[in-house]
Design a protein around this ligand. Structure first.
Ligand SMILES: [Mg+2]
Length: 144
C-alpha cells in the first residue's frame, strides 16, 4: 500500500512529543526533531512492502523534507507539500485541504480531525492519531 503521513503534530514535534535522538550534525544543520517511534515505524512499514509518502499542507520544500528524513536514515518515496497539492487538487477546484486519492495514496495518517472528516465525506481512508497518544505507533499498526 501507499501510505502518507502528515508532518506537523503528527511526525514533527510539538512540545508534547518525546523525540528521536539527534546527532551533533543534525543539531548543527538545524534539522527538525521528529516524534519518537517514527524511524522504527517507517522501517517496519517499508519492510512489509509499503511505500511511505509525506503529505503536508506546509510550504517546506521537497528537498528540505527529504534531507531531514535522510538524516534520520529514512528514505521517503514521495513528498507532497502545499505547492504540489495546490497544483493538482486546487487546480481542479476541489475544496479539501488534502486529497490523498489524487496521488494514488491508500491511507493517510494525520492528527487533524478535520482531515478525518474530509476522508469520510470524500471517500478516502485516514488514520487519525492524537498528539498525546504515546502509543501512536501501535495505534497505527493495528489499523493498517
Ligand atoms: Mg498536522
Amino acid at each position: 500500500m501507499k501510505i502518507s503521513f502528515d508532518l506537523d503534530d503528527t511526525i514533527i514535534v510539538n512540545n508534547s512529543f518525546e523525540c528521536e535522538q539527534q546527532t551533533l550534525m543534525q543539531r548543527i544543520f538545524g534539522v527538525e526533531r521528529i516524534r519518537l517511534g517514527t524511524i522504527a515505524l517507517f522501517k517496519e512499514l517499508k519492510a512489509k512492502g509499503h511505500s511511505i509518502c509525506v503529505y503536508t499542507t506546509s510550504y517546506r520544500s521537497v528537498g528540505k523534507i527529504r534531507f531531514m528524513f535522510c538524516s534520520y536514515g529514512i528514505s521517503i518515496d514521495e513528498i507532497i507539500n502545499q505547492i504540489i497539492h495546490e497544483k493538482k487538487v486546487r487546480s481542479v477546484n476541489m475544496p479539501m485541504s488534502k486529497y490523498p486519492p489524487a496521488f494514488g495514496i491508500d491511507i493517510h495518517i494525520d492528527d487533524s480531525i478535520g482531515v478525518g472528516m474530509e476522508g469520510e465525506r470524500y471517500g478516502f481512508k485516514t488514520i487519525i492519531v492524537s498528539v498525546d497518544d504515546n502509543d501512536w505507533v501501535n495505534s497505527i499498526m493495528k489499523q493498517i
